[in-house]
Ligand binder design. Structure first.
Ligand code: CMP
Length: 127
């Protein structure tokens, strides 16, 4: 998963990490980085045709992010439950996006949606 530039700027890193640690996920790797444009485009390649693509790339490269490899039972679906829906207005109360995000674009956090995308994102950001 990745804490996006708005989450880092707003000082939410500790709060977000705490939620995953308390649930029992193991942090295998943790890295603060500023994503270069080419990696951002590769990461979000499935959104290339979307009208918000350029702004998405601008946003995700606008400042440091914190990337994390988490491990645990049913980690992908469990992490996504803690993160909440992409649109904070639709996110369940108590999820990270419901609690901290106000906008579908600036939604604080990204979480891989399948084992394949997790592997792809790990390869892209953690070599
Ligand atoms: P994420 O879960 O990282 O995956 C794709 C990202 O695109 C999403 O979070 C949002 O930051 C952004 N996004 C998704 N839908 C929209 C939208 N309708 N308008 C603007 N940005 C969006």
């Amino acid at each position: 998963m990745m804490i996006k530039p708005d989450g880092v700027k707003r000082g939410l890193v500790g709060e977000i990490i705490k939620r995953f640690e308390r649930k029992g996920y193991i942090i295998k790797e943790l890295k603060m980085m500023t994503i270069p444009e080419d990696k951002a485009k590769e990461h979000y390649r499935q959104h290339q045709q979307k009208p918000f693509f350029d702004q998405l790339i601008q946003y995700i490269t606008s400042g440091p992010v914190v990337g994390m490899i988490l491990e645990g039972e049913d980690c992908i679906s469990g992490v996504r439950t803690i993160v909440g829906s992409t649109d904070p207005a639709k996110a369940a109360p108590g999820t990270i996006r419901a609690d901290y995000a106000t906008n579908i674009r600036y939604n604080v956090i990204h979480a891989s949606d399948s084992p394949e995308s997790a592997q792809r994102e790990i390869d892209l950001f953690f070599n």
